[in-house]
Design a protein around this ligand. Structure first.
Ligand SMILES: [Zn+2]
Ligand SMILES: [Zn+2]
Length: 747
């Protein structure tokens, strides 16, 4: 039969994900000869076949590609005729320029799970069972190319049986770098909190410890969790006390989707996410009357983060335990997640036992957190399962850029050609160890991708740790260029990049605070944006944050400031819970502070307005965790109430004091809170109606599910970040794509 020779080049996430053996098998099925190899541009296939056959072959590649792969493009070209006797997998052409595209850490696959519970399988109950289609990747990589010798699996010498699987192209463990077994792979180690090893411990022993009410630290994929029985009130309270975390909700891991549905209201989209190969934490609405110690897990808040077990170890434990566990990142507040024996040992006063193992975590990575709003997925924390995936940009970057992000919920990004890679969630840069962890993330990402920045992009704020770091980089190099990007502009740019929008947009950036280019603390901004600059077309009228930083933790200080704006000193005599939460002396001092503007920076932050409302209706005077006031306000929302409060827009300034006056007078909390939500939506809709541009919403305030739902009811075409967090975790991507130094507001 007459044949031609074709060359296929497949680009995308196609290396280290079982692509070559997949092609090998496919070629065997088609009875074709030729070869496949990893090349600098992706995977290359040279194959002999008939013209009509090559189309079907290419179609099959797209249809049946390995689960962890992502195809960006397949090119097919006829080349000079060659002859082959069979089909082979060839060695990589040039290792040094392999396309750097690391697959993220993925949950255990169905085949491995079946083997895990098959008594006849040699990996029966092996807590680290894995294959080409599942398991750890990013968290174990030191360097590219992704070969075992460049991962923390290099310390485990494969036994004969594993080696055979690893080298057989028809085996589903062919070139699966992290494989091992009881004989040759990683092993569990159980310690007490004094660091004494408890020999011969089984999963049954571990489960017994949990049932007894103990708190365990367990090493997972990108770090340790602290876990306890989620039905045991005393254990949860003890965890709260030891972790110094009085009320922030804990995430809960459940055995399977059925258990998840018994605990929470879960729609189809949420079910898909919970069961996806990424297995993120999904924020769900709790049901009443479940076995969960609900009030201890999530005091006064009806939503919690749920997730399913994603490693064989978690599955073994949850299966044996048969009840949900609280599973929270092992850290103290403001500290990064513990990733090794040394850092976890510092938390020995929190846990009673430590379930460790001897596979090193090279790159720390928290659990990802997602939520579903009106069938749209929103990312709250982008980490395990999702990073470090490439984000394709709408244009080519002229200069390799390192973006350093913001100070809270920090992430960093590197950008080159038409690609950006965003680091996993790093955390708030409020402690020495979190800054160390931040630098480590920069080192890891730049090392793995062999990336050398020519430009560093960072925030306008002079006191962000990211800014300090940028300055040290700039001091070390004469050739490194710099670019400072306004915080809220970056929020909107990130979303533009995510959706590859290249027209002008109206961006609405509502968040806590970020430095504006007038030196004020912005956070309620309407920006007409393109990649090259922005114009601030409207913003919330400035108010004073009494005590600066302290006002961020104390909603009552923001509320009081607004009361001073309305009533002057008279406010001190008001019969309101905000006022009553202060002593007379404090009130007098705060009034002086307000009057003179001492330590009272001006802000337009909508995040702070949420705080003020929470204080006035007396549900939160001092916050115990960031975002608490917004979460509590959500609980009071009622869709039966349609009220909207008055406000004015003059000279681009939105004045909400008329609304605040109404809120003070309103006896019913539900009415005040619901009308506040409705008013915010009305403000956005009113300003937007003069624009014939795409509407983009970003900033931490848009993590509020009630607010986003209401906006989408009214403005169904509004664009929200999907794979990028709306909070400061999305800033780094925005910094990457800002083209020029910011333009001054034309105001
Ligand atoms: Zn597997
Ligand atoms: Zn083995």
């Amino acid at each position: 039969m007459e044949h031609n020779t074709y060359k296929l080049v497949i680009k995308g996430t196609v290396q280290g994900v079982g692509f070559r053996p997949f092609i090998f098998k496919l070629a065997k099925d088609f009875n074709l000869s030729g070869y496949v190899l990893n090349s600098g541009s992706g995977v290359e296939v040279v194959i002999n076949c008939k013209k009509d056959c090559i189309d079907i072959f290419t179609e099959k590649i797209e249809q049946n590609k390995p689960p962890l792969s992502k195809i960006d493009s397949i090119s097919v070209n006829q080349i000079d005729k060659q002859n082959f006797t069979n089909f082979t997998i060839k060695n990589s052409t040039n290792k040094s320029d392999l396309v750097a595209n690391i697959p993220p850490d993925i949950s255990i696959c169905k085949e491995c799970e079946a083997e895990l519970f098959d008594p006849n399988n040699r990996r029966y109950l092996y807590p680290f069972i894995t294959c080409t289609n599942c398991g750890v990747r990013y968290s174990i990589i030191y360097n590219l190319p992704y070969d075992r010798k460049n991962t923390s699996m290099k310390f485990f010498k494969m036994c004969k049986a594993c080696k055979e699987e690893f080298t057989n192209p028809l085996n589903r463990r062919y070139h699966a770098q992290p494989i091992g077994c009881f004989e040759c792979g990683p092993k569990l180690e159980l310690y007490d909190n004094l660091g004494k090893i408890l020999l011969n411990s089984t999963i049954k022993d571990i489960v017994e410890l949990i049932l007894q009410g103990n708190i365990l630290a367990i090493k997972g994929v990108g770090g340790y969790h602290l876990i306890c029985d989620a039905t045991n009130k005393e254990a949860i309270d003890r965890l709260r006390e030891r972790k110094r975390r009085p009320s922030k909700p804990f995430a809960v891991m459940v055995k399977d989707i059925t258990t998840a549905k018994n605990i929470a209201h879960i729609n189809k989209k949420e079910e898909e996410l919970l069961s996806s190969k990424e297995r993120p934490i999904v924020i769900c609405k709790l049901k009443d009357n479940t076995l969960l110690a609900k009030q201890n897990i999530s005091p006064n808040i009806s939503k919690i983060g749920l997730f399913l077990p994603y490693t064989p170890l978690h599955i073994l434990i949850l299966n044996e335990l048969n009840r949900p566990i609280v599973a929270t990142s092992a850290n103290l507040s403001d500290e990064p997640i513990a990733t090794n024996f040394k850092t976890i040992s510092k938390l020995s006063s929190i846990y009673d036992y430590l379930l460790d193992h001897n596979r090193e975590i090279v790159n720390g990575c928290d659990d990802s957190v997602l939520m579903v709003v009106k069938d749209r997925v929103m990312t709250i924390r982008r980490a395990r399962g999702y990073t470090p995936c490439e984000i394709e940009l709408p244009f080519n970057l002229n200069t390799p850029t390192l973006a350093l992000g913001a100070n809270q919920k920090s992430t960093i990004a590197i950008g080159f050609a038409n690609k950006a890679i965003l680091s996993p969630h790093i955390g708030d840069l409020n402690s020495i160890s979190s800054i160390e962890y931040y630098k480590k993330n920069i080192d890891n990402l730049t090392r793995i991708y062999n990336f050398k920045p020519k430009l560093v992009a960072f925030d306008l704020h002079p006191n962000y740790e990211s800014t300090h770091y940028a300055k040290t980089l700039l001091a070390k190099s004469n050739s490194l260029k710099s670019k400072r990007v306004q915080h809220h502009f970056a929020h909107i740019l990130g979303v533009m990049a995510e959706y590859k929008i290249d027209s002008k947009v109206l961006g609405v950036a509502f968040d806590g605070t970020g430095l504006g280019d007038d030196g004020k603390l912005w956070g309620g901004e309407f920006l007409e944006c393109s990649y090259s600059g922005y114009k601030r077309v409207a913003h919330f009228k400035y108010f004073k944050l009494l005590g600066g930083e302290r006002a961020i933790k104390e909603p009552r200080r923001v509320a009081l400031s607004l009361l001073f704006e309305i009533y002057g000193k008279e406010a001190i005599g008001l019969d309101n819970s905000c006022v009553k939460s202060f002593t007379k002396k404090e009130l007098n001092n705060l009034y002086k502070m307000w009057k003179k503007g001492l330590n009272a920076p001006l802000s337009s932050s909508v995040g702070r307005l949420f705080d003020a409302v929470a204080s006035i209706v007396n549900i939160c005077q001092i916050m115990s965790f960031e975002g608490e006031s917004g979460m509590l306000l959500e609980e009071l929302y009622s869709k039966e109430i349609n009220k909207i409060y008055p406000y004015t827009i003059k000279n681009r300034e939105i004045d909400i004091l008329p609304m605040v006056k109404e809120i003070i007078k309103e006896p019913k909390k539900e009415v005040a809170v619901t009308a506040f939500f409705n008013t915010l939506v009305d403000i956005i809709a009113t300003i937007y109606k003069d624009y014939n541009l795409p509407l983009i919403l970003s900033g931490g305030v848009f993590q509020n599910k009630v607010l986003v739902e209401l906006i989408l009811n009214k403005l169904p075409n509004a664009i929200l970040p999907k794979n990028l967090p709306p909070n400061d975790g999305g800033i780094a991507l925005g910094e990457i794509v800002s083209l020029y130094q910011l333009q001054r507001d034309l105001l």
